[in-house]
Design a protein. Structure first.
Length: 451
């Protein structure tokens, strides 16, 4: 019998939490974003909650408007390697850009941490949205690559990386001490890739991991992003706050999989959530108000400006309707821009209200008791608006602890969530098959001729 569909969970680990003012709480840990013991505790807490993934985001440029928790933080793959030694089951996913890396280096980095973790790693593929235009200047470029061209490059980039991960067949390293044969030359493959953006020979100087290859994760919601995900992604993160729009996105992306010979269960869509959890509704609302009160107005506008692409708010008051401000289309994350535009049109917020909506990412329906939170997640899951959730806590570690201790048991009691891990690799957690080695298949098709 087919296994019952269950919720998948990923924990977004970022300093003191996603709320812009979370660092100001009296109990907030100083220097949390570069405290390795703290990150180990967060990952271990998520593992205690049987999460599929501990997720590490990244950014390649900062400025005065950047979120406090990203001004001073670890490089993702370095952190993943440290977390691999502090955990034994949970998957570890890190972000790396196809616009500002080379495929060979990236393939080697993620293959290395996949071995270090014994097959628990995923690569979050981003093309790097850059609303401010500052990232390129950190990489000897005068301007950022245009949106659709970034996705064209990403298509090739992923093909090259996955090809390099297939440089060696699983049993290529014979290591026969008697004969002196270290590897079977017929099972080593040069990629010899020639494309528009890349020319890469290979082979990669590390073999396939226990799970074959790191899991491919993406978050693009634009049309090019959805096409890329439908062809290559195994997990997609989305952050659609409206239930109807989330269902539409779910159907749209899943429907594209058949174009690439794939089935819906080969890709999991996780919706971003930022719940505020307390024993009573009143207590949860009080936590929300406390966070809002800690956010200085100028910080809110600075954050809003950075989020929208360096909009100059100097001539506007906090009570100016957001609809009166011009928000030009930028070269950043199109799904953010589209969501913001629709929100302004529907709710007509002031600038004060707009940054209040953004400041912590909390949906109003996700501010409440553990049962209320579980009810919302169950609805989104059973009605196919999501296969699971990216848990983005407004405040860490308290938000993650509350979710693990109070929400997870409810989901388990309802049969919606695992009681324990049933495998050891990230692919096993997600119910994904180990990918076959495409270069090995090519060798066999060539009837013994070396690739």
């Amino acid at each position: 019998m087919p296994q019952k569909r269950q919720i998948h969970l990923s924990a977004y680990l970022v300093g003191t939490g996603i709320h812009v003012a979370s660092w100001r709480l009296p109990e907030a840990r100083k220097h949390a974003s570069i405290d390795i013991d703290y990150y180990k505790y967060l990952a271990q807490t998520a593992e205690r909650g049987k999460f599929d993934i501990a997720f590490i985001a990244d950014s390649l440029a900062i400025n005065e408007a950047s979120h406090p928790n990203i001004l001073n933080r670890f490089e993702p793959t370095t952190l993943l390697a440290a977390l691999a030694g502090a955990t034994s089951k949970i998957g570890l996913v890190g972000t790396a850009s196809t616009t500002y890396h080379e495929p060979y280096n990236l393939a080697r980095l993620f293959a290395s941490v996949d071995h270090i973790s014994n097959g628990r790693v995923g690569w979050n593929v981003v093309t790097t949205g850059d609303a401010t235009g500052e990232t390129g200047r950190n990489f000897s470029r005068t301007e950022h690559v245009e949106h659709d061209l970034r996705y064209e490059r990403a298509e090739e980039f992923i093909d090259v990386v996955q090809g390099l991960w297939d440089s060696w067949e699983d049993d290529a390293f014979v290591q026969d001490k008697e004969t002196g044969v270290f590897f079977d030359p017929a099972k080593m493959h040069r990629l010899n890739y020639q494309g528009t953006y890349f020319s890469v020979q290979g082979p990669l100087n590390i073999g396939r991991s226990r799970q074959g290859q790191p899991v491919i994760v993406q978050a693009g919601a634009s049309e090019p992003g959805q096409r890329l995900a439908a062809r290559t992604a195994e997990v997609v993160f989305s952050h659609v706050k409206d239930f109807g729009r989330a269902k539409a996105f779910y159907r749209s992306l899943k429907s594209k999989l058949s174009d690439y010979g794939r089935t819906p269960d080969q890709l999991h869509i996780l919706q971003g959530i930022s719940p505020i959890i307390a024993d009573t509704q009143e207590e949860a609302e009080a936590i929300h108000r406390k966070l809002h009160d800690l956010l200085l107005p100028e910080q809110g506008l600075r954050f809003l400006s950075g989020y929208l692409g360096k909009v100059d708010f100097s001539n506007y008051s906090l009570d100016t309707p957001a609809a009166e401000v011009e928000f030009p289309q930028d070269n950043g994350i199109q799904s953010h821009f589209e969501w913001m535009t629709e929100l302004i049109r529907k709710e007509n917020p002031t600038l004060r209200e707009l940054y209040a909506l953004l400041e912590g990412g909390a949906n109003r329906e996700l501010i409440g008791t553990p049962k209320q939170i579980a009810d919302v997640l169950e609805t989104w899951f059973t009605e196919e608006a999501a296969d699971g959730f990216m848990f983005i806590a407004p405040v860490l570690p308290q938000g993650l602890e509350a979710f693990v201790d109070k929400v997870v048991p409810i989901l388990q009691e309802r049969g919606l969530y695992r009681l324990d891990y049933e495998g050891d690799t990230l692919r096993e957690h997600l119910g994904l098959e180990k990918p076959y080695n495409r270069l090995a298949v090519r060798r066999k098709q060539l009837s013994g001729v070396e690739s």
